[in-house]
Design a binder for this molecule. Structure first.
Ligand code: ZN
Length: 140
């Protein structure tokens, strides 16, 4: 999904040169306690929904007119929806206990604003997005 050249720093393979550069920058910050790479978050747990293609798992066969098990939900009347997960680029723990979750902007993803909003709703703090500029790293 991501574009960009893979770059190796400290034996770690990064998806892009920009991510690798940001990692190097994080290592120079003196307020950083630890850095977690590719941290994963659940934005929404998995859930079940009622199958709307049948009546409690059963349908009338168009061919035979008999009552048969619904193929979509396998006769259960329920369908599973997978959890919605998001993998950020970095999770930074600062000396003062603050946590910063950071996504390095270097790719286009039209769903990202939705991911960001859901992450912030779930966690109650900002999902930081950084961009490299001529003068250094900037939050966007
Ligand atoms: Zn069904």
């Amino acid at each position: 999904m991501r574009s960009g050249k893979q770059t190796v720093v400290d034996g770690i393979t990064f998806d892009s040169q920009t991510e690798a550069e940001y990692y190097e920058y994080l290592k120079t910050r003196d307020d950083v306690e630890s850095i977690k790479l590719q941290p994963q978050y659940i934005l929404m747990d998995e859930f079940k929904i009622t199958c709307s293609r049948c009546d409690l798992g059963y349908v009338t066969s168009e061919k035979t007119g008999k009552i048969i098990k619904c193929k979509t939900c396998k006769g259960t009347g329920l369908r599973n929806r997978q959890a919605w997960t998001y993998t950020a680029d970095f999770e930074v723990l600062c000396h003062d206990g603050r946590v910063q979750v950071i996504d390095v902007k270097g790719f286009a993803n039209e769903r990202f604003p939705l991911v960001r909003k859901m992450f912030e709703y779930q966690n109650g703090y900002e999902l930081l997005v950084v961009k490299k500029t001529k003068t250094g790293w900037r939050y966007v």
